[in-house]
Design a protein around this ligand. Sequence first.
Ligand code: NAP
Ligand code: F7E
Length: 341
Amino acid sequence: MAKIALITGITGQDGSYLSEFLLQKNYEVHGIIRRHSTNCKERISQLEENKNFFLHYGDISDSSNLANLIREINPDEVYNLAAQSHVGTSFEVPEYTAEVTGVGTLKLLEAIRQINPKIKFYQASTSELFGGIPETAPQNENTPFYPKSPYGCAKLYAFWITKNYRESYKIFACNGILFNHESPRRGEDFVTRKITVGIAKIIAGKQEKISLGNLNSKRDWGFAGDYVEGMWKILQHDTADDFVLATGETHTVREFLETAFNYVGIKIEWRGEGINEKGFCSKTGKILVDVNTKFFRPAEVDLLLGDPSKAEKILNWKRKISFENLVKMMVESDLKKFSQE
Ligand code: NAP
Ligand code: F7E
């Protein structure tokens, strides 16, 4: 019998890669989508003809809808990827973020507890839980949490309620504490994709420059395709547990940007300081990067650097794509996309 998976957040970056991964493993894959007035299925349109792929309307904030779907589909595994996932935006919509990213997790767990507590549950936890304590890097499963945004706080609730349902009701409920992972399918308002789209548009003559916020924050960036395999491995382990997935490397936003420009043969020269800092093309002298305070956050996470040794040892999981190859993959994909549009 093929295993059945239910994925919330299936239209997102990770949902699309996870669907492809599970379909290759012969799962029957079900996903919850929200009704949009525009097309939200861009990342999963290639899967819609697959006979083992099913989409259902729903919303993580609608508990009766979640209960109906759990009853109807009766999955073996639930992957909860649905979230208002943008950290900057969470400062604009903090209550909504708490409802969806935090309490939504409880609604799903409660449906599982009441209908079939044997269902395995994966919660998309995040390195944003570690937030504000740079001196604790590298961060692992034992590092204290200190979220720095409404998003981080909502995910903190989701983390603990997942652990609580594991301990209270013996549900196989696990947290994957994932550090930043990117891809050509990354949303265009996250910094890596904003940079690679910006470069492709500059090359195509459709944009003058890229405006960014904090150039000095450091992130541990991996490839999303590697991380969805880790999610699956977490649910295949013989006991329910929490795992950090990360690369063990950290880079500044500035380094990501310089590496990405490098792929198109442009060297960036920096002049000025703080909000007056600008990145110039070393050959033409044109301004290609500037700083706009609109992209600063009320509180910032300065340094994320993960220690994935527990997952490497216990799950035999390891990232495959290097930082340089991730940047290259994203730049190449956007150059192709924006030269054709
Ligand atoms: P993403 O691209 O922003 O996708 C988020 C998904 O959640 C989308 O499918 C979105 O649907 C859905 N969603 C939002 N609100 C919903 C609601 N009320 N009901 C149902 N679905 C809703 O995020 P991602 O990068 O794939 O990340 C997946 C998960 O991992 C998220 O929970 C994120 O917070 C977490 N995470 C991500 C990273 C990372 O670096 N990518 C790291 C750690 C943890 P629409 O298409 O309808 O908007
Ligand atoms: O920001 C800085 C920004 O929005 C990275 C989500 O998937 O990973 C993601 O959250 C850094 C921050 O990702 C711009 O201030 C500078 O320091 O790409 P980001 P994030 O906030 O790290 C975690 C693990 C998640 O769980 C989240 O769901 O880049 N930055 N200038 C900028 N960021 C953005 N978005 N836009 C800028 O213009």
